[in-house]
Ligand binder design. Structure first.
Ligand code: LLP
Length: 426
């Protein structure tokens, strides 16, 4: 794949644009998104559903990357989005994203957030817990309005992924537990509430999942739950939402499944259990934006420890990508201005933050480097910018979209003035 991204002068090309020129024009660190890859992944999901004749909806889980411009791409691609906070909701609405295509998630939405969602008439509120049913019920009465809701269930399925990325097991902070009867109790409350229209049921088993097995089990389980609710409440869901979590390849050890493959397997499972399959919604985040994102850094200092190892430092790190430090996530990098040169060294790619744990890549083979070279980390589009922070008072990088050989700045680089703009004197 990397070879396809090489230009004649040995530079990394992203979306038809020379990445070294981007680094010069906008500075580093810089997030670059190849928007044609985002569109193509969405279209793959859509065509997979269409091939299997399922009614469906793709809802982009925007926590993976939530800026105005990406919401606008989602609007152009005619998909739904998920938001998990008032801030994401506000960003989406201010980008002109239609509120009826927004699902509002979260395990502790506040009164103000729920009120905002109701006033903006979001498409569906994903109910997570009893407190929230209570709050929403009050708000709907007071506002004299109705809203669609779905119940988030904890189906008792453990996905094989990092502990922090598991959400479907019974011991989870999210959703109504099915086993203990919480889900039944929630069903009663919602069906009895004349202002809530129950659109269906939802579950999400985790993130960065590779096999199809967990999703197939989930599809089966959700159909069983639907049948149980049909018997007990004479209720059949219009929608079953299977969440997100489809893994991507960060390095050669990762072996993700294609959209085609897991949608086909899910469809086969669903067709086994019923002739009346509800509309199937999925909520991919990482798989839509992850592979489309690159982070460009400038190589700076270097420390060689004789007979031991070398640290090659770049001008960013855990502030723009917390994932290696937080989840031991593995990435790969290339030297964007030396794509035609052979690898001649193995280094730790270190960040500039004052933490020993600020290592972006543990072992990376690279061509010979010198200060000023541009290092490009690959597949950084998901949970990079969205989890970025200002530790050590480093400003957050800019974001550029590229498509068809054109580049467009979509988030400005933070300035030192921005950093102090909320500080007050004492
Ligand atoms: N739906 C729900 C209800 C979720 O909680 C999530 C992710 C998604 C969909 C999207 O999952 P995806 O397709 O992106 O895997 N910061 C972590 C990932 C946290 C995921 C949280 N929920 C990381 O960087 O690995």
């Amino acid at each position: 794949i990397i070879d396809d991204l090489k230009s004649e002068n040995g530079h990394l090309m992203i979306g038809g644009v020379d990445s070294v020129e981007l680094a010069k024009k906008y500075g580093t660190p810089l997030y670059v998104f190849d928007i044609s890859q985002v569109r193509s992944q969405i279209r793959k999901f859509k065509s997979a559903f269409e091939k299997n004749n399922l009614k469906y909806q793709i809802s982009y889980a925007s926590k993976a990357f939530a800026v105005k411009a990406i919401y606008q791409v989602m609007k152009q691609e005619d998909v739904h989005i998920d938001v998990v906070s008032g801030g994401e909701l506000y960003t989406a609405l201010s980008a002109g994203f239609p509120s009826e295509k927004i699902s509002f998630h979260g395990n502790n939405k506040s009164y103000d957030e729920l009120l905002m969602a109701v006033k903006e008439h979001v498409g569906v509120i994903m109910l997570d817990n009893f407190h929230e049913i209570d709050l929403l019920s009050q708000i709907l009465k007071q506002e004299k309005t109705t809203i669609k809701v779905m119940l988030r269930l904890t189906p008792g399925i453990s996905a094989h992924t990092h502990k922090y990325d598991q959400t479907g097991q019974t011991d989870s902070k999210f959703g109504f537990d099915v086993e203990s009867g919480q889900a039944n109790e929630a069903m009663k409350l919602v069906l009895d509430d004349e202002n809530m229209e129950l659109l269906g049921i939802h579950a999400h088993i985790g993130s960065q999942i590779f096999g199809t097995q967990g999703f197939v089990m989930l599809a089966k389980k959700m159909m069983e739950i639907a049948k149980k609710f049909q018997t007990e409440f004479n209720y059949w869901p219009e929608v079953i939402n299977l969440g997100g979590g489809f893994g991507i390849s960060y390095n050669e050890d990762d072996d993700p499944i294609t959209a085609d493959e897991f949608i086909r397997q899910i469809a086969d499972e669903l067709k086994k259990t019923s002739n009346d399959i509800p509309e199937i919604w999925i909520e991919p985040g990482r798989s839509i934006v992850g592979p489309a994102g690159y982070t460009l850094y400038t190589v700076g200092s270097r420390k060689d420890i004789p007979n031991l190892t070398s640290y090659l430092s770049v001008d960013g790190g855990m502030g723009d990508n917390i994932r290696p430090a937080l989840y031991q996530a593995k990435y790969e990098a290339v030297i964007a201005n030396k794509m035609d040169q052979p690898n001649e060294q193995t280094v730790h790619v270190a960040g500039k933050y004052c933490e020993s744990g600020d290592i972006l890549i543990d072992q990376q083979q690279l061509p010979k480097t010198k200060p000023g070279d541009i290092l490009a980390m690959l597949d950084t589009g998901a949970y990079g910018y969205s989890m970025a922070m200002n530790y050590n008072r480093n400003p957050r990088p800019a974001v550029v979209f590229v498509e068809d050989g054109q580049d467009k700045l979509v988030v400005k680089r933070e300035t030192y003035q921005d950093l102090t703009s909320l500080d007050l004197d004492y």
